[in-house]
Design a protein around this ligand. Structure first.
Ligand code: PLP
Length: 416
C-alpha cells in the first residue's frame, strides 16, 4: 500500500445554492472545533440552556419546550409524530409536494389514519380544503409544510391554525426550510408544534432538528395511553433531558450543539427582521436576473406564495437539465438543485439560504447560468441576468456588497 492511499481530505470550496445544505457560516464551523465538554458538565448544560433561550427567540415563542432533536430535520418531524400519534388516530396532512408526502409517510408508519388534502404541486393547499377535511371530525393533528422546498411554495399559516384549533386538532408545522429565513411566528400565529433543521437558513451543518411545542401539545403527550414506540425520538424524554431535570438520554452531539448555538447567536445578532429582509432581497435579485435571462419561474402565484429562499426555475425546452447542473458544478463550483417526483427534469431549484444568501453569490450564479445556457444554445443578450440583478440591488438601496463595505472601512477603497 502506498503511503498516500488515503490523502488529506480537501473538498473543493463549493458555492452551495441548492435547496439544502446551504453554506455553513465560518463562525459556526469555528465554534464546532471548540474543545469537547462532558454532557453533564455545568459549562455544557449552561450552553444547552442558552440554546433553548436562543431557540425561543428564533421561533418567536415563549414556549417552555424549545430544543434540538438529534438528527436531521426529518428526525424532528418523526419525533413530533411518533410522540403525538397513537395507532388508529386521524391525522390530516396538507400535500402539495415532497415534504407533505413525507408527513404522510411518517404518520402512516405511526399507524395513523391519514387524510390527505391534496393540491397541485406549485400551489398552496387551500384553507377551504383543509376545513372540509377537518369538518369530518376526529382529527388529532393537522400537519402542514410551511415552506414546500420541492416546489418553492410558501404556505400561509394563521388561518390554518385557527381552523385546526376550532376543530380541536393540534397544528404541526414543517418549518425546516423557513426558520431563520422568513417569518415563523410560532406564538402569534398559534402554531402548536414547529420543527426546523440546521442546514437550511440556519447555516449550520445538518445534524440537529430544533423544534418547539406549546402547552397544548405537551398536554397531548401526557394524555397518551401507550408508551411512545421510539426511545430515541420520545419528545417527553428529550424534553426532560433538555430541561432542568437533565434526565439521562442520548449523549448530546456536543460539537453540533456548539454549532447550533453559534448559528442562533448569529441570527440574534443580525436581528430577525434584517435577516428576513436579506433573504427577500437576494431572492428577489436572483428572480429579477432569472427573468432577464428569459427563464420562467415555476408555480406559486401570487408572489406572496413564493418562498423567498428557494427559487424554482423551469428548464427551457431543448436544454439538458443535468448537463447544466454538471457544468455549473465543474466549471464554476456552483451547486444548484434538481427536482423530485412530477417535477423531476422539469425544474431547477436555486437556494439563497442563510450564509449563502449574499449578493456575490447571486451575481456569480447568474453569470455562470448564462454562460452555461449559451453553450446549450439558449439565446440571451450577454450580461442580461447580472445587469437585472444589479439594477434590483441599486433600486433596493444599500446595495454595496459586504466585501465593498469592509474594503471601504479598511481604507482600501470602494468597489463600484
Ligand atoms: C430539507 C427539508 C426536510 C428534510 O430535512 P432533512 O434535514 O434532510 O432530514 C424536511 N422538510 C423540508 C421542508 C425541507 O426543506
Amino acid at each position: 500500500m502506498t503511503r498516500d492511499a488515503y490523502p488529506d481530505l480537501l473538498p473543493s470550496p463549493r458555492i452551495l445554492l441548492g435547496p439544502g445544505p446551504s453554506m455553513a457560516d465560518p463562525r459556526v464551523l469555528r465554534a464546532m472545533a471548540a474543545p469537547l465538554l462532558g454532557q453533564f458538565d455545568p459549562e455544557f448544560t449552561a450552553v444547552m440552556d442558552e440554546v433553548t433561550r436562543l431557540c425561543r427567540v428564533v421561533f418567536q415563542t415563549a414556549n417552555v419546550r424549545a430544543f434540538p432533536v438529534p438528527g436531521t430535520g426529518r428526525a424532528g418531524l418523526e419525533a413530533a409524530l411518533v410522540s403525538l400519534v397513537e395507532p388508529g388516530e386521524r391525522v390530516v396532512v396538507g400535500v402539495s409536494g415532497r415534504f407533505g408526502l413525507l408527513f404522510c409517510e411518517i404518520a402512516e408508519r405511526c399507524g395513523a389514519e391519514v387524510v390527505r388534502v391534496e393540491a397541485e404541486w406549485g400551489r398552496i393547499v387551500e384553507p377551504e380544503a383543509i376545513a372540509r377535511a377537518l369538518g369530518r371530525g376526529g382529527a388529532k393533528l393537522l400537519c402542514v409544510v410551511h415552506g414546500e422546498t420541492s416546489t418553492g411554495v410558501l404556505q400561509p399559516l394563521p388561518e390554518i391554525a385557527r381552523l385546526a384549533h376550532s376543530h380541536d386538532a393540534l397544528l404541526v408545522v414543517d418549518a425546516v426550510v423557513t426558520l431563520g429565513g422568513t417569518e415563523v411566528a410560532t406564538d402569534a400565529w398559534g402554531l402548536d408544534v414547529v420543527v426546523a433543521g440546521t442546514q437550511k437558513c440556519l447555516s449550520c451543518p445538518s445534524g440537529l432538528a430544533p423544534l418547539t411545542y406549546n402547552a397544548r401539545a405537551e398536554a397531548a403527550l401526557a394524555r397518551r395511553r401507550r408508551k411512545v414506540p421510539s426511545n430515541y425520538l420520545d419528545l417527553g424524554q428529550l424534553a426532560t433531558y433538555w430541561g432542568p431535570h437533565r434526565f439521562n438520554h442520548h449523549t448530546a452531539p456536543t460539537a453540533m450543539v456548539y454549532g447550533l448555538r453559534e448559528a442562533l447567536r448569529a441570527i440574534h445578532g443580525e436581528g430577525l427582521k434584517a435577516r428576513f429582509e436579506r433573504h427577500r432581497l437576494h431572492g428577489d435579485a436572483l428572480r429579477a436576473g432569472i427573468a432577464a435571462l428569459g427563464l420562467r419561474l415555476f408555480g406559486a402565484e401570487p408572489p406572496a406564495h413564493r418562498l423567498p429562499m428557494v427559487t424554482p426555475v423551469v428548464v427551457p425546452e431543448g436544454v439538458d437539465e443535468l448537463r447544466v447542473r454538471r457544468r455549473l458544478l465543474q466549471d464554476f463550483g456552483i451547486e444548484i438543485g434538481a427536482a423530485f417526483g412530477p417535477l423531476q427534469g422539469r425544474i431547477w431549484r436555486i437556494g439563497t439560504m442563510g450564509y449563502s444568501a449574499r449578493r456575490e453569490n447571486v451575481l456569480l450564479c447568474l453569470v455562470a447560468l448564462e454562460a452555461v445556457l449559451r453553450r446549450e444554445g439558449w439565446q440571451v443578450e450577454p450580461g442580461a441576468g447580472v445587469e437585472a440583478a444589479l439594477a434590483h440591488y441599486a433600486a433596493a438601496g444599500g446595495a454595496e456588497s459586504d466585501v465593498a463595505d469592509s474594503l471601504g472601512a479598511s481604507g482600501i477603497g470602494r468597489i463600484d
